[in-house]
Unconditional design. Sequence first.
Length: 366
Amino acid sequence: MQLNKIPATVVTGFLGSGKTTLLANILQQVTGKRIAVIVNEFGEQDIDSNLLRGCAIGCEDETPVGANNSGIYELANGCICCTVEEEFLPVMKQLVERRDDIDHILIETSGLALPKPLVQAFNWPDVRQHCTVDAIITVIDGPAVASGRFADDVERVEAQRRGDENLDHDPSLRELLDDQLDAADLVIVSKTDLLDADARKRVEDVIRQRVPSSVKTLFVDKETFAGDPMQLEALMGMASASEENIDKIENHHDKYHAHGEHHDHAHDHFDSCVVSLGEVDGDKLTKALTELLTRFEIYRAKGFAALPGKPMRQVVQAVGKRLDTHFDRMWHSSEARKTELVVIGKGFDAAEIRKALSAAEVERVS
């Protein structure tokens, strides 16, 4: 690897596995690096990328992480591995042009992305000359893999599959997990505080079937990286040069194409809506959203809430019937205090969703 190449870390894994949390920890704790972030977003609203813009409490000048670290680039037009030439390469060319201002690139793929086509793009002459893949990190949900579901919420993954018209692969979740593990330079197992000894062994067995002993596995929970930037720094200095060996990996997707298999992309109907409000009563918003999760088939609800008198922005996340909230950062003086939620599901009326959530509003955006 040439020392003057920009190292890029590719983080892959299903929805809900913990990819965004890992990247947020890196951006909040790793200092002294100018980091560009590419996010392969799903849905109408760039909620995940907005989360990554959040900065740690007490950061100077109220500047979001990302603004000083070379920026966030959202790719929202389909699974990144299926739109490499149309979506990913143009962004990489932009970053190459800014290479003197960038120390590292972080790439968060969508939950359905195959690492191989993405990493192969680093062998394109315009990219290879200036960039290298420092490592492919595959994040897997420990409890989900232990139970045989493989994804935290299978319906959310299926909603993502149905919602991407550019998707050109339709493997089972197990096959997709296999392909993500095959490409891994490091495997991170999340939520391990929820695993007992037997469940952990089941996860280890799944990994061992696909991953050679030379590839390390890191078992983490939400406290693992808290206040420990040295561990996060280590994740960004593996120097694997993954693009040099990626062609040797034969995954399920390659076999399907080699055997002339037909891919059924299952473009079933699904619904999504974005709700924009002013400041809201937190308790009323939680109650309204909880009732909607019970009444409708909602795969995912995620966004931010502005609460009267609260200097910090509240993150709202719902998966299935589970709803969580937490404060992530101070509101910046230059941004409007508003509430934004994206709701993704099936068979619901967007107007009814908006009406129910609007009942929590205490101040409308002018």
